[in-house]
Design a protein around this ligand. Structure first.
Ligand code: HEC
Ligand code: HEC
Length: 284
């Protein structure tokens, strides 16, 4: 779809939650930090790039990447609580609405590179936790070029992602995995597009191309297809690909997938993700 200028290596994520023993022991701000800094890869689009990946000294201050299309030209926003140049005047509820429905407090919709079509599924507690965490960040005065909108755009919602998930269902590992794969917006990249729209009949089949400083990478088939997908892979091989960016044959995988962030997921969350991927019907 879009030429993403994002690069991610195995970087150290600041403000991480060390040892997330159990969700029950976490405060909202800790849970928000976990989601934002790991599976949801917000840094990938909201933290400026340094020489070795996102510059965490300027975490969430925005400016890169640039998404330049005929319909819009937008940049990752400053999502720190700065009152002038960030989202410091937004309430927690307004932040949640932006995430879940893709609309700012002033009514202006967010352009689709911000994957809000995947975030409606956030449980009530997780939606709030993210808002609380963003409010707790250090404010950055970084001013980001204002978005330019030339033509209307459609918001795409992944089927099933339009309403909050029931956390009680997460005792089922596959359901938890489905939730994590949804908020990790894996299928935004790993599903082919027809005329720019996700082909939901081919979820997980890959094929989208991403151009950047790395050249071009093509999202792969992550369904349970016996030859083209992951059916023959071991769980550990799938986990290594997600967290280290190494394919089954040992070849290094390219950006823009945020391997270094997924690497910070808890072992239990990673297991659940793999369990869900195994249930994806095989697709060519
Ligand atoms: C694939 C890239 C991408 C990812 C991942 C992403 N965002 Fe965004 N986000 C954007 C872009 C681009 C914009 C600006 C859209 C526009 O100007 O229309 C944006 C806008 C926003 C805004 C609105 C800011 C404003 O001032 O209008 C918020 C809040 C936000 N993102 C929070 C998040 C959070 C929290 C996460 C992780 C849970 C996240 N984003 C993940 C690309 C992304
Ligand atoms: C921003 C786009 C993007 C997102 C989001 C993304 N991926 Fe990827 N992924 C890619 C691309 C592109 C490749 C292939 C890179 C290459 O060929 O060098 C890839 C490769 C992979 C591979 C390796 C497959 C193989 O045959 O080597 C797996 C497994 C994978 N992704 C799973 C996931 C999962 C699970 C998620 C969500 C947690 C995810 N991806 C999120 C773009 C993305």
């Amino acid at each position: 779809m879009l030429g993403r200028q994002t690069v991610l290596g195995g970087l150290a994520v600041a403000a991480m939650v060390a040892g997330t023993a159990g969700a029950a022991a976490q405060t909202a701000v800790e849970r928000g930090a976990y989601l934002v800094n790991t599976v949801m890869t917000c840094h990938n689009c909201h933290t400026p790039m340094g020489a070795n990946g996102p510059d965490l000294g300027r975490a969430f201050s925005g400016g890169t990447p640039v998404f330049d299309t005929p319909a819009f030209r937008v940049r990752g926003s400053n999502i720190t609580p700065d009152k002038q140049n960030g989202i410091g005047t937004w309430s927690e509820a307004e932040i949640e609405t932006a995430l879940r429905r893709g609309v700012r407090p002033n009514g202006v919709p967010l352009a689709p590179p911000m994957p809000t079509g995947f975030y409606g599924v956030l449980t009530p507690a997780d939606g709030k936790a993210i808002a609380v965490y963003l409010k707790s960040l250090k404010a950055s005065p970084n001013k980001v070029e204002a978005p330019v909108y030339n033509a209307p755009f459609e918001r795409e919602v992944l089927p099933g992602a339009n309403k909050p998930a029931d956390p009680a269902s997460f005792s089922d590992k596959v359901k938890l995995g489905e939730y994590l794969v949804t908020i990790g917006h894996c299928m935004e990249c790993h599903t082919p597009r027809i005329d720019g729209k996700l082909d939901v009949s081919a979820i997980g089949a890959g094929r989208q191309e991403f151009a950047g400083p790395w050249g071009t990478s093509i999202a792969r088939n992550i369904t349970s297809h016996p030859q083209k997908g992951l059916a023959a892979w071991s769980d550990d091989e799938i986990k290594r690909a997600i967290t280290q960016g190494v394919s089954r044959d040992g070849a290094k995988l390219k950006p823009p997938m945020g391997y270094g962030f997924y690497a910070r997921m808890t072992p239990g969350d990673l297991d659940a993700m793999v369990a869900y991927l195994r249930t994806l019907p095989p697709r060519e």
